[in-house]
Design a protein around this ligand. Structure first.
Ligand code: FES
Ligand code: FES
Length: 166
């Protein structure tokens, strides 16, 4: 069957099987930042932002995502122009093996899009669905709070990007 998905702002047709999960379709199509973990909704590695909410792409069918904007880590910043969250993760050393990092950044982005000035407790809560095997939560929280606390120092474009880049 053919479905129309909008991934990182680009809408196009995807040929899928009815039982294909969104995780499998995205990875098959080259969005390898969507990580393959438990495949049962426990680890959060496969997170994407769907219609403004963080979802585990392994627990939904690709067809269920039709008509809703999907954001993967590939849609946030570029190698040469990192998103402020990505830059902060690098600056504070919040990346260990890196397997959970895309999901953490997507979870943080979804939070900041809804609540530009979260408390540290709210940041921790937003990350709670992402299980880091390296037990690295201190630095990711520090990185996200750095973005929260320095938003006033960012230029207009960067503030907009921090809040709304798909
Ligand atoms: S791979 Fe989807 S929650 Fe673990
Ligand atoms: S940095 Fe290794 S799983 Fe989180």
């Amino acid at each position: 069957m053919e479905i129309q998905l909008t991934v990182n702002g680009t809408s196009r047709a995807f040929v899928v099987e009815p039982a294909d999960t969104l995780l499998h379709v995205l990875r098959r199509e080259g969005f390898l930042g969507v990580k393959h973990g438990c495949e049962d909704g426990s680890c959060g590695m496969c997170a994407v932002i769907l219609d403004g909410r963080v979802v585990n792409s392994c627990t939904m069918l690709a067809a269920q995502a039709e008509g809703k904007p999907i954001t993967t880590i590939e849609g946030i910043g570029t190698r040469d122009a990192l998103h402020p969250l990505q830059a902060a993760f690098v600056e504070v050393g919040a990346v260990q093996c890196g397997y959970c990092t895309p999901a953490m950044i997507l979870a943080a982005k979804a939070l900041l899009d809804q609540n530009p000035h979260p408390t540290e407790a709210e940041v921790r809560d937003a990350l709670s669905g992402v299980l880091c095997r390296c037990t690295g939560y201190v630095k990711p929280v520090e990185a996200i709070m750095r973005v929260v606390n320095h938003r006033g120092d960012l230029g207009q474009g960067e503030v907009r990007d921090a809040a709304t880049v798909q």
